[in-house]
Design a protein around this ligand. Structure first.
Ligand SMILES: [Zn+2]
Length: 183
């Protein structure tokens, strides 16, 4: 999987193309950030039982979960309309695509993209991003944290910034042009 930094950069790139007035509101970008990392909330139940990776890359990494996430905000949060829900869905989906495009050194490899219709896990045979190491199943929180703050992970984040940084810059530049009325 890529790091939360890589996921966030990609999310801001995906959502950044939306150039309506009002799309600069802080709550909206906080929601985008939440959608960017929401699939990885599946670390939380594992942390509670002392095995952070226990439930990682489960059903939260599926298109069904992306739909449920966007629908929940659409139905429950008033400022989120159909267009915002579609952007949230796209951002959540961008997390899934990035996970499939990253090297994965821990089983289960890849993600259950079509859960619950298909139980298979999917991953690209040629990774674009490096593996962001986060321990393995059965490893306690301390071991996972040591793994997270390691040199190979710093290198993985650097690669993500090198790939996604220019893309985000370009999209934000286009957005500013559209907001200022340039064609
Ligand atoms: Zn993930």
């Amino acid at each position: 999987m890529p790091s939360p930094i890589g996921h966030s950069l990609l999310a801001f790139t995906v959502a950044g193309y939306d150039a309506r007035k009002g799309s600069s509101r802080l709550w909206w970008w906080l929601l985008i950030l939440t959608a960017a990392v929401a699939p990885d909330f599946d670390f939380l139940p594992g942390i509670l039982i002392g095995d952070p990776n226990r439930f990682h890359h489960g059903p939260s990494h599926s298109i069904t979960a992306a739909l449920l996430f966007a629908l929940t905000f659409w139905l429950l949060i008033k400022p989120v309309g159909r267009r915002e829900a579609l952007i949230l869905f796209s951002v959540y989906l961008s997390h899934l695509v990035a996970d499939m495009l990253a090297a994965d050194h821990g089983a289960p490899y890849g993600i259950p993209l079509f859960w619950p219709l298909v139980d298979d896990y999917f991953i690209s045979p040629t990774p674009l991003f490096s593996n962001f190491s986060h321990g393995g199943r059965g490893e306690g929180l301390a071991g996972v944290l040591v793994d997270i703050f390691s040199m190979p992970n710093l290198r993985a984040v650097a690669i993500e910034v090198l790939i996604l940084g220019p893309l985000l810059w370009l999209v934000q530049r286009l957005r500013r042009r559209r907001l200022s009325g340039h064609p």
